[in-house]
Ligand binder design. Structure first.
Ligand code: PMT
Length: 403
């Protein structure tokens, strides 16, 4: 039975200050970590960044003024308030802080945040004088006493020319706090994770090789997400044109045989192995020592022999405390073939990938997969590979905790 996917939702309130543009980057970071972001803007925020920018980035309509669409605003602000798993206002001006403290609800943002039962977090940004003003500090104490989480502003040179406290905290830090509040951060700390990515290349002669269309994007997204969630990650990568994710140890391979050897050296030390690589199943029986020449129009006959099955070989020495995940790139009978590979390769989960679907599989930034474990199959909709990566890791963590 396909399971239902629930993506955590952040409602991001943007108020009118020069730091409003930084909310775009904040939104992107949250999205990359698998969060669905809906934006509510104040009228003044729209003077700094257009709603269209947030609409395009978030993929959702942006709510601005309660009176824009008189028939729907009441429904809209309640719906948003209910949808939020976290209500985050960044940047939060002295004005919205004051309104929240006093219970004033006179526009879309202030009414929505008042209606929500979700945890509320604010990241203030304002001129130093406004920040230090007793009214602001009093309002902040009031909000803190009601459980509102406050990401304190940094000190520095402000856009208004002053220097001091009031600068919006780094958006990466705000995102980390938001993820913490959602319980989605550093949850892989202490785990050693080996990820394979990219294609293998099997030489035919000194200038030619057999390969496939894997770009490495899927595997790199998994390695990056696992590292961001605190895991100690080794990335075994075939030849790809991608930048290594930060904080990840990269070990290159070229052929399937090399992948097998490197993986066998590393596997015993891992808690989790995720095999997103596309190793070639065949290699030339004999690699020509010199460039193969054309032969007066005669067909060229190449004999290919089977490569080792890396996942199956590793699966044979899997310990009960380890979690092994494979991928299945299929073009027909996807779930049945994937299920077969789950069994044959002694995997705990297989990510079934119908590579015929638009936006799925090789060399695109999105994927459409079904996560198959021994207990269930969860079909995910089309999503970015970084989001798929987080869904896979969520499932992996459940398997790790079941050990
Ligand atoms: O790299 P991208 O462009 O982002 O594309 C992503 C992807 C399509 C490559 C990825 O999502 C994917 O499906 N990877 C698995 C590709 C593959 O080789 O599938 P397979 O069904 O042939 O293999 C099944 C499993 O066995 C895989 O985990 C594979 O890594 C492994 N395998 C395959 C062959 C082999 N000789 N040894 C193996 O270990």
């Amino acid at each position: 039975m396909p399971g239902k996917e629930h993506k955590p939702c952040v409602v991001l309130g943007v108020t009118g200050g020069i730091a409003a543009y930084k909310a775009c980057e904040l939104l992107r970071i949250l999205q990359k970590r698998g969060i669905d972001v809906y934006v509510v803007m104040t009228q003044n925020a729209c003077r700094f960044v257009t709603p269209l920018t947030f609409e395009t980035l978030s993929g959702h309509p942006v709510a601005v003024d309660t009176f824009d669409r008189p028939q729907t605003w009441e429904v809209e602000h309640i719906a948003l308030a209910k949808r939020a798993d976290l209500f985050l206002i960044a940047p939060a001006t002295a004005n919205i802080i004051g309104k929240m403290a006093c219970g004033i609800a006179d526009d879309m943002l202030s009414t929505t945040v008042m209606a929500t039962r979700a945890p509320v977090m604010i990241a203030p940004a304002m001129n130093t004088g406004m920040w230090e003003n007793e009214a602001t500090q009093h309002n902040l104490r009031t909000l803190a006493s009601r459980g509102v989480q406050i990401v304190l502003p940094a000190s520095g040179h402000l856009a208004c020319g002053d220097s001091g406290a009031g600068k919006l905290e780094d958006v990466a830090v705000i995102a980390e706090r938001a993820l913490e509040a959602l319980g989605r951060t550093r949850d892989m700390e202490g785990l050693r994770v080996l990820v394979t990515a990219g294609p293998s290349r099997e030489a035919l002669d000194p200038v030619r090789y057999v390969t496939n269309r894997s770009s490495g994007k899927m595997g790199y997204a998994i390695a990056r997400a696992a590292a961001q969630r605190g895991a100690q990650v080794t990335l075994l990568t075939g030849p790809v044109a991608l930048e290594a994710p930060q904080g990840v140890q990269v070990v290159p391979f070229t052929t399937t045989q090399e992948l097998l050897e490197r993986a066998q050296e590393l596997a015993a030390k891992q808690d989790v192995l995720i095999q997103a690589a596309a190793p070639a199943d065949y290699r030339a029986q004999k690699v020509a020592p010199q460039k193969i020449k054309k032969n007066s129009g005669e067909p060229l006959v190449l004999t290919l022999v089977e490569n080792p099955d890396v996942a199956a070989a590793l699966g044979r020495s899997k310990r009960p405390d380890q979690v092994f995940v494979g991928f299945a790139a299929e073009t027909n009978d996807v779930l049945a073939h994937a299920q077969g590979k789950l069994e044959r390769k002694n995997l705990d989960m297989i990510v079934a990938n119908d590579v015929t679907l638009p936006g799925a599989g090789f060399d695109v930034d999105t994927n459409v997969v079904t996560l198959i474990t021994r207990d269930e199959a969860v079909s995910l909709p089309l999503m970015r590979k970084d989001e798929v990566a987080d869904r896979i890791l969520d499932q992996v963590l459940m398997l790790v905790h079941d050990r």
